[in-house]
Design a binder for this molecule. Structure first.
Ligand code: SME
Length: 163
C-alpha cells in the first residue's frame, strides 16, 4: 500500500506536508522528551521524500556547541561549533539556512562529499530558546525551496513548542 505521507510524481516520492504534519502530531501526541520527538520526526521526514539524503538533528548541548542527535542517513559529524558550517549558522543567527549550493557556502562542513544542497532550520522550545537545528541534506543541487522551509518550520513549532 502506498505510504499516505508521500505522493508519487513521475516515479519519484514527494513529500505531502499536510499528511506529514498530521502523522507527526498523531505519533508524538503527549510526548515531551526531546530525543523521542527528534527521533520520530527524523524518521518520518527522511522517508517522505527522495530529495532527503540525510535528515537529522543537532542539539545544543552547551553554549555555542551543537552535538549530533537522532538522524537517518550516513554518519554525521559528532560536534559542530556555532561558528562553523550551515548548522552553526542556523543556531547562531536563529535564521533558517536555505543553501542551494553547499560549495558556495563559506565554512560548509562536508560530512558527506555527495551533499550538494542543504536546509537547516532552528528548533525552538516553548520558551523560544533554540534547543537544536533540523538539518536536511540532499545529493541534488538546489533541492529545497521556501515552501519546504515554511512547512517544516511549522511542524517543528507544533512539535517542540510544547516542551
Ligand atoms: N553540512 C553540515 C554538517 C552536518 S552534516 O552534513 C550531516 C553543515 O555544514 O553544517
Amino acid at each position: 500500500m502506498e505510504n499516505p505521507r508521500t505522493r508519487r510524481i513521475h516515479g519519484r516520492t514527494m513529500i505531502s506536508y499536510d499528511s506529514l504534519s498530521k502523522t507527526a502530531a498523531a505519533l508524538t501526541e503527549g510526548e515531551t522528551d526531546p530525543v523521542a520527538l527528534m527521533a520520530t520526526l527524523a524518521c518520518e521526514i527522511h522517508h517522505a521524500d527522495d530529495r532527503f539524503d540525510w535528515t537529522g538533528f543537532y542539539r545544543v548541548t552547551e553554549p555555542g556547541l551543537l552535538r549530533i542527535g537522532p538522524y537517518q542517513g550516513g554518519h554525521g559529524c559528532l560536534v559542530i561549533p556555532f561558528d562553523r558550517g550551515v548548522c552553526g549558522a542556523a543556531a547562531r543567527t536563529g535564521e533558517t539556512q536555505l543553501v542551494p549550493d553547499v560549495d558556495a557556502f563559506p565554512g560548509h562542513i562536508a560530512c558527506a562529499s555527495s551533499t550538494r544542497s542543504e536546509l537547516v532550520i532552528p528548533v525552538r522550545n516553548a520558551g523560544g530558546e533554540i534547543i537544536a537545528v533540523l538539518d536536511i541534506d540532499s545529493d541534488q543541487p538546489d533541492a529545497f525551496d521556501e515552501n519546504d522551509a515554511r512547512e517544516l518550520a511549522a511542524i517543528l513549532a507544533a512539535t517542540f513548542g510544547r516542551i
